[in-house]
Design a protein. Structure first.
Length: 439
């Protein structure tokens, strides 16, 4: 997997991703402490609002940013967004009111909503070979998992010698270093595209996404991953601290178990995906998550919750979670022309986070109102429904090259070369407005 780092451009981009993630992790820890200073025991409400603002920014801003990503130089766009994020982080230590937190977080997360899908859409152009791109996706997934472990550890070490406000300076350094690394390489320039109206550009990625069967299946699997992931991320603290009566270090180890499962899957997936298609791997990962939740619900209902069983369940959920998310970039890459990829990656970013916007509050409400068994059962049922929908939307036979007939174009159209029926790699675009053999 590490052989892709021999490519200098990708190596610098990967390093930019890692340092930005570390900076974001430091900000997450510092933000919790800042919220407590400003709001005291109402800090949970403040943080809940912050996370809601984050998701709203992701869902609302990403498609708009994706619409304009190909109209500016890719490198300059990414660097500008990194500098915006660094500037916001630099302001955070000086705020004195809660409303200022909300405003700055909206700006920060809006920049992230524009940066992340544009960055992701750049990688296929840097690594056009599918096998190398698959390994890059696994490395990216590994970076996210390591950030969840390394950032809290680093924050804990720094807090021994500095105040939490200094952690925001670490965030500034992370984003500034990311900008410097992006500046240090040449990125593929976006190809000129046909002039389009604002509505067309803004909705293009989502329209391509929803018109492509494999991507409708991906959206259903995103919902399955969000259901299982929300159970882990929202309710672990209740299960460990309240139900089991364990300390904060036990909570860290519980979340580590989830991250460990995800890392193991990320390390194994490149070889698995060399031999198996994406669909069975991703559906199998979603099924593993659903079964892990159901199994834990059955254990809790009959024998009560014990920590080793919880650790094992979260390990399995992490394995399935990574098996669903890691290959998604491959599906997006083969489902659009290069000029449409920023919009398509932005659509994936927005729609997947819309799933989280549903499952985050639902998970917490179910746990608070009905308890552990019901929360596990309902979220497992949502994951199962996502699997059924994915199998329905995403055909098992899913070739990239399709034979099709154009009834929507005149015979002298340049695309036809005088033949209405032809075969080529098929994606939804202006001359293929829907997924059908009859166009």
């Amino acid at each position: 997997m590490l052989e892709v780092l021999a490519d200098r451009t990708y190596r610098h981009l990967f390093a930019a991703q890692v340092v930005a993630l570390l900076g974001t992790g430091l900000a997450t820890v510092a933000l919790g402490l800042l919220a407590f200073d400003l709001a005291g025991y109402n800090a949970a409400m403040v943080l809940g609002t912050v996370f809601t603002i984050k998701m709203v920014a992701y869902v609302g801003i990403a498609p708009i940013a994706g619409a304009f990503a190909n109209r500016v130089p890719r490198r300059a766009f990414l660097v500008a967004l990194d500098l915006v994020r660094a500037g916001v982080a630099l302001c955070l230590p000086f705020i004195t009111e809660i409303w200022q937190v909300y405003v700055l977080i909206f700006v920060l997360q809006s920049a992230s909503a524009a940066f992340t899908p544009t960055f992701q859409a750049t990688i296929p152009g840097v690594l056009p070979d599918e096998a190398r791109y698959t390994r890059a996706l696994s490395l990216s997934r590994l970076a996210y998992d390591l950030e969840n472990i390394a950032s809290p550890m680093l924050a804990g070490l720094l807090l021994v010698v500095v105040s939490y406000n200094s952690l925001f300076l670490g965030t500034v350094v992370g984003f500034a270093a990311s900008a410097a690394l992006v500046v240090s390489v040449l990125l593929p320039s976006p190809k000129p595209t046909a002039p389009r109206g604002i509505y067309d550009r803004t909705t293009r990625g989502i329209r391509i996404y929803l018109a492509t069967p494999r991507l409708r299946g991906l959206l259903a699997l995103n919902m399955a991953a969000a259901a299982a992931g929300a159970m882990v991320l929202v309710n672990s603290v209740v299960l460990v601290r309240s139900t089991l009566g364990l300390d904060a270090s036990a909570l860290a180890w519980t979340l580590f178990s989830f991250g460990l499962g995800s890392m193991i899957a990320a390390l194994l997936l490149p070889r698995v995906l060399d031999k198996m298609p994406d669909r069975p791997v991703m559906v199998g990962g979603a099924a593993l998550m659903a079964l892990a939740l159901l199994g834990l619900a059955g254990w809790v209902a009959t024998l009560g919750l014990v920590w080793p069983v919880l650790l094992g369940a979260w390990l399995l959920v992490g394995l399935g979670y990574s098996a669903v998310l890691t290959p998604s970039g491959r599906l997006l890459r083969c489902s659009a022309h290069a000029e449409d990829r920023p919009a398509l990656f932005a659509a994936q970013f927005a729609l997947s986070h819309a799933c989280w916007l549903v499952t985050y509050p639902l998970s917490g409400w179910l746990m608070t109102r009905f308890g552990t068994v019901v929360a596990l059962g309902v979220l497992a049922a949502i994951a199962g429904a996502g699997i059924v929908a994915a199998l329905r939307f995403w055909p098992s036979e899913d070739p990239e090259t399709l034979e099709h007939t154009h009834d929507n174009l005149p015979l002298d159209h340049p695309h036809l070369h005088g033949a209405r029926r032809h075969t080529h790699p098929f994606v939804v675009d202006d001359v293929h407005p829907r997924w059908s053999s009859q166009l």
